[in-house]
Write a protein that binds this ligand. Structure first.
Ligand code: ZN
Length: 76
């Protein structure tokens, strides 16, 4: 997966957003949403989702250690 986009609004999404979608909906999730659309869907603040992502990442959740996109690499 080179680049991922929100299935809902089409915005570019990043690794942590994909990881959070998988964390919430499971590995078979086919409908990846950005933080904004996900927060709307879940009825919470997108800021809270960002913090949740960061929390899982920092506590070493394996889902968040996987690279789902090539974000941050040159020639992007
Ligand atoms: Zn979106």
């Amino acid at each position: 997966m080179k680049e991922a986009h929100c299935k809902h609004c089409g915005k570019r999404i990043y690794n942590d957003e994909i990881a959070l979608n998988i964390k919430i909906f499971g590995k078979q999730v086919g409908y990846i949403r950005c933080y904004d659309c996900l927060s709307e869907f879940l009825g919470c603040k997108s800021d809270k989702l960002r913090k949740t992502s960061l929390f899982y990442k920092n506590t070493g959740c394996s889902i968040f250690q996987v690279k789902y996109t090539y974000e941050g690499e040159p020639n992007e």
